[in-house]
Design a protein. Sequence first.
Length: 97
Amino acid sequence: MESHFKKVYREIRSFLEKPNEILYIVHTTVGAITVARFRYEEELSYVFLEGNDENGKFRFVGFSEAQLATFAFELRPKSAGKNSTIGFHQSASDDVP
């Protein structure tokens, strides 16, 4: 059975026109982390986040899938210019009532 984390992550990326140009920010119990890499440990059902916290300090933290599912996340364009936007595939809007 595929993990919930993998399903959600794949689904989010499928909505985005340029998923590699997006910052993933997860608001965890230890603060917001701008994720450089997600690492999923299937046997443990743990997700490890590598990235920087809001102070710019490198973090390597792990959470169970169940715990990670309770955290808010946000997407931001990597280029922080005024005209930066997140592009969604047109088909993604069809699914939202």
